[in-house]
Structure formats: structure tokens, C-alpha cells
Design a binder for this molecule. Structure first.
Ligand SMILES: O=C(O)CCC(=O)C(=O)O
Ligand SMILES: [Fe+2]
Length: 355
């Protein structure tokens, strides 16, 4: 069981990129220093650690759900595969996605559970899931989804204020009762052969598609490429600390004030690389109908940011549902015609050729 297993510690002698540590309880209490720290992280790297989030128990149970699910026979899991049409919900087998424009395959398997299916259970809004998911829907998945939503919405409300948006502007774009791409994802990555592990991506370089991701890592393997550099640096997992990162929708809404940074997953470093890697994410994404464009008419700060950066296009011309489906679909290896398919899966990546 992944939560109970003990792993070798993250090695001391590999380069890591430090993240700011934000205390969720202080944020919730309106602590101005802590809010400034969150703003600093959100406007620079777009990644931070979140401590005192209170979701440890829900996270541990989700890893058990993931373990039960990945242990199902392949023939059972594959019945629930996400498919090639641009839907994320369901099972994603390892090797279903490209990790770069040359079409190298990913090595991570996912179980993705829609926020809508979890909250409406036993009614299926989008689809049904493997028995191990259905069995834990109300005991494990709903509590994790609710907790994650509460945390992410608290953080979004603070960013809303700091962006000078009218109260509820971001909240209404992430309405809990509107169907969306929001989902919980449990990820299993088997150990890779050491000769290929150094630069072989388990999950290719990307920016997250939605608004805010709440990530839980046990082993290393996550890497970020800091804007203005061309090197990958590990983000060290710290017990009890979640990793939060902003997705492209927030970069777009904010006219580039908020950063969705490029990241990828490779083999955990050194000794850790011999273990199965588990991770868990809750992705908050805008409601399906929400137009992805900079909110220039609602915040002078955002209007100024867009005016100051005329090279970049913050008006995608599409709704969240289509943005999301395009990116999922063009990552799928079955849909690959050539490097252009990978390029068609890209979002707001600052260095699209860095992969
Ligand atoms: O497993 C991780 O640490 C990160 C996963 C990730 O970036 C994603 O699923 O978007
Ligand atoms: Fe990601």
C-alpha cells in the first residue's frame, strides 16, 4: 500500500528548485503576509507548497483507491479507457499519450474521476468507472473532491481579490454545479530502466490545462523548468506539503499576471527510481461553457497587463470544454499524424521546444 510503504529519502545531492511554502490555515484566516507569499508564488513560478491543508487522510485513502484500481486486470481497466475523442475521465493506460513531438510514449497510468460524477454519484453525469472506484465513490472520492474544491476555491478567491476582479468573478467561472473538466487523478508510474531514466519523461513537458492543481507526491520525479532557463529541476516532495500549481486558464483570465509553468515527470532520482511512483492530483478547471479570455473588462490591472504584452494572445476564442478536449485529444498517440499533432496539444507553454 503506497501510503504505508517506506521509501528511501529524496537524495541530498540532486539539484532541486525550492518553492515558497504557503500555510493554508493562515491564508484562510486572512493573514496578509501569507497572502503576499501566495501572490508572489502565483505571479512568478506558479508553483508553491501548501502546508496545513488538512487533507492528509483523504489523500491517503485516494492512494488506496488508486492501488486497488491499478491492480485490476488490464482487460477490466481498459473497458473504462478515456478513449481518443478528447475526454479525460476514466482510465488512461500507460503509453496512450505522446510525451514529445517525436511521439515517444508516456509510461504513466491514470485513473481520472470527474468532479461531476463524484458529486452526483450514484448518478453518472459523464461516465461509469471500474468497480474499485464505484465502491469508494462516497467513502473516499467524494470527501477528497469536496476537500480539494474547498481549498482550491479559497485560493482562487484570494487571487480574485489580488487581481482586482469583482467579488465572485473567478468563483462564477468555476461554479461547482456546472459540468467541467475538474477531476481527481491518481497516477502510477512503474520504475524505469536506469539507462533511459535520466531524460526519459514519464509524463511529457506541459502546462496544466485548467485553473489550479492540488498535487500530492511521495517520491521525486516532478520537475519544473523555471522561465528564462532551459534546465529541468526537481521539486522535492515534503511530507504533509501539497504542491499547488496554476494552469493555463488562470494565465489567460489574468492576462499573463498569473503563471502556469512548464513541468514534467521523469524517474524519481537515484535510489527512489527503483520504486513504483504514485501521485495524486485534483484539477480545478473552469465550467465547460466558460470562455477562455483575459478578463480585461472586469479588472484594470488585467487590462493593463494585456496592453503591456501585445505579442501574446489572451483571447483563445474557445470555451473551456473545447480547449480541454483539443489538448487531451492531440496528446493521444492514436491521433498522431506527425509533430503537428503534439503541437496542436499545446497551451500557454513558455518554451514549447524545451521538451
Ligand atoms: O505526478 C506528478 O507529480 C505531476 C502530474 C502532472 O503534472 C499532471 O498530471 O498534470
Ligand atoms: Fe501537470
Amino acid at each position: 500500500m503506497p501510503g504505508l510503504m517506506s521509501f528511501p529519502p529524496f537524495p541530498e545531492d540532486v539539484p532541486t528548485h525550492p518553492l515558497l511554502v504557503v500555510d493554508y490555515q493562515l491564508i484562510k484566516g486572512g493573514d496578509l503576509n501569507e497572502i503576499d507569499k501566495l501572490w508572489d508564488a502565483a505571479t512568478h513560478l506558479g508553483f508553491w507548497y501548501l502546508k496545513n491543508h488538512g487533507a492528509d487522510e483523504e489523500v491517503a485513502e485516494m492512494f488506496e483507491m488508486g492501488d486497488d484500481t491499478m491492480k485490476l486486470p488490464y482487460e477490466e481497466k481498459i473497458k473504462y479507457e478515456q478513449g481518443d475523442e478528447g475526454m479525460s475521465f476514466g482510465y488512461k493506460k500507460a503509453g496512450a499519450n505522446a510525451v514529445d513531438e517525436s511521439g515517444v510514449l508516456d509510461t504513466a497510468e491514470f485513473i481520472n474521476v470527474s468532479k461531476d460524477d463524484a458529486l452526483a454519484w450514484p448518478r453518472a453525469v459523464h461516465r461509469t468507472y471500474p468497480s474499485t472506484v464505484e465502491a469508494r465513490m462516497s467513502s473516499t472520492i467524494q470527501p477528497f473532491v469536496r476537500k480539494s474544491l474547498e481549498i482550491n476555491h479559497t485560493l482562487l478567491d484570494i487571487l480574485n481579490k489580488k487581481l482586482g476582479l469583482p467579488e465572485g468573478a473567478l468563483a462564477e467561472r468555476h461554479a461547482i454545479d456546472e459540468p467541467s473538466g475538474s477531476e481527481a487523478r491518481c497516477i502510477r508510474t512503474p520504475p524505469m530502466h536506469s539507462d533511459t531514466s535520466e531524460n526519459r519523461a514519464a509524463i511529457g513537458a506541459h502546462t496544466d490545462f485548467g485553473s489550479l492543481s492540488f498535487l500530492h507526491n511521495r517520491l521525486g520525479g516532478l520537475q519544473v523548468m523555471v522561465p528564462g532557463t532551459s534546465v529541468w529541476q526537481y521539486v522535492k516532495p515534503i511530507p504533509g506539503h501539497a504542491i499547488c500549481n496554476l494552469g493555463d486558464a488562470m494565465t489567460i483570465f489574468s492576462g499573463g499576471i498569473l503563471k502556469s509553468n512548464l513541468h514534467r515527470v521523469v524517474s524519481p532520482p537515484k535510489e527512489q527510481g527503483r520504486y513504483v511512483r504514485w501521485s495524486l492530483v485534483f484539477f480545478t478547471r473552469p465550467g465547460n461553457s466558460v470562455e477562455l479570455r483575459a478578463l480585461i473588462d472586469e479588472s484594470p490591472l488585467i487590462a493593463d497587463a494585456v496592453a503591456a504584452d501585445p505579442e501574446r494572445n489572451f483571447n483563445t476564442g474557445v470555451a473551456a470544454k473545447d480547449w480541454f478536449a483539443r489538448r487531451i485529444k492531440n496528446q493521444r498517440i492514436k491521433n498522431r499524424a506527425g509533430p503537428e499533432t503534439w503541437r496542436a496539444s499545446r497551451g500557454m507553454e513558455h518554451q514549447p521546444s524545451a521538451a
